[in-house]
Write a protein that binds this ligand. Structure first.
Ligand code: MRU
Length: 341
């Protein structure tokens, strides 16, 4: 973030084009989150924090009351972009709290504090991902073939990634691993983003369509699965990209460990279980069209839930920056959220 702008790589154009968009107001940032220009739970959180800082910069106010009223509006607009990834709300709440805590100061000082907080959240996310990687790499055996779904990589975070952070760390540790990337319909995050990221890093990756995962598991070709998360309820139920649940069920059927990698900011311990996680439904054109080309008859009924919830019983372990939780998720997640292992 420079003083006035936020620059983001446009993820809708990858891998064909590497284009960077510049945003000068919070409305643009909100549109970028909604339109998937930036996506992935931690990256959405970082973008929202920066959006709040940018919004604060643009507020014209004579009084504290007016400033805080307008800041609330900025936060509301950003919070309405995507409902499932809890990191969005976590980041906005953090920004609101720090503004409140500095209420007595001059408005320009508050604006500067918000900017520094957004920069801090971004830097912290990178450190968190490296720690997730460090813990997670211990679960990946030498010679493993790791299946992943969607993109939980550098693009979905401030860098390094959560699920791909685990894969990167295992690769950096010298383990000879191979990745199977599910293409991840309808947005194709696996084909477009995960494949692109891993190929750039020269980590061996094989692309498969979503409906091939069971085939390879059944043939004994997959050692373990590692995915990211958008929201994890107190009992370990995990919302992630649509199709994750199917992968988890297939993994259990084939006795393959299924790991979720996510920062503590993805935990939503206020929800007792996954049935309470709001699931985003996105436009039908995402299913009926691929890159603007129609692939279905006009007028067809469509459902397009963007996420599903994997019940905790399918999850072998949850990998966070503070350590790995196995078994009793309810007590383990509570402890790990407080930094206890
Ligand atoms: O709709 P998206 O692309 O934002 O969904 C992304 C995912 O489901 C990721 O797996 C999740 O956000 C974790 S990213 C580290």
């Amino acid at each position: 973030m420079s003083f006035r702008t936020i620059i983001m790589i446009d993820q809708t154009r990858l891998p064909g084009e590497e284009i960077y968009n510049t945003y000068t107001d919070y409305q643009g940032v909100a549109e970028a989150i909604q339109g998937m220009i930036i996506r992935g739970a931690p990256a959405i959180g970082v973008a929202a924090a920066m959006g709040v800082a940018l919004g604060a910069r643009g507020i014209i106010a004579d009084t504290q009351e007016s400033f805080f009223r307008q800041l609330d509006n900025v936060c509301d607009v950003l919070a309405r972009t995507r409902p499932t990834a809890v990191n969005l709300f976590w980041a906005i709440e953090k920004m609101k709290k720090i503004a409140e805590a500095n209420k007595g100061k001059k408005l320009d000082q508050i604006r500067e504090i918000l900017k520094q907080e957004a920069i801090r959240i971004e830097a912290e996310d990178l450190t968190i991902c490296r720690n997730i990687g460090k813990w997670g790499a211990t679960l990946i055996p030498e010679g493993a073939t790791v299946l992943t779904h969607c993109n939980a990589g550098g693009l979905a975070t401030a860098g390094y990634g959560t699920a791909l952070g685990v894969i990167r760390a295992a690769h950096e540790a010298g383990k000879n691993i191979l990745v199977f990337a599910d293409e991840t319909r309808p947005w194709l995050q696996g084909a477009r983003l995960t494949a692109w990221e891993l190929m750039k890093e020269k980590i061996p990756v094989t692309l498969i369509s979503d409906n091939m995962a069971g085939f390879f598991m059944n043939r004994g070709e997959i050692t373990c699965c590692v995915v990211g998360a958008d929201r994890i309820a107190a009992n370990g139920d995990t919302a992630n990209k649509i199709g994750t649940y199917s992968v988890a069920v297939l993994a259990k059927e084939n006795n393959i460990p299924f790991y979720v990698a996510a920062p503590v900011s993805t935990l939503d311990l206020s929800l007792s279980d996954g049935s309470r996680i709001p699931i985003e439904e996105r436009p039908s054109t995402e299913v009926t069209h691929i890159r603007g080309n129609s692939i279905a008859p006009e007028g067809i009924n469509v459902r397009n839930p963007s996420f599903d919830v994997t019940p905790a019983r399918y999850i072998t372990a949850i990998i966070t920056e503070n350590g790995i939780v196995k078994g009793d998720f309810a007590s383990g997640l509570r402890k790990i959220s407080q930094g206890l292992t």
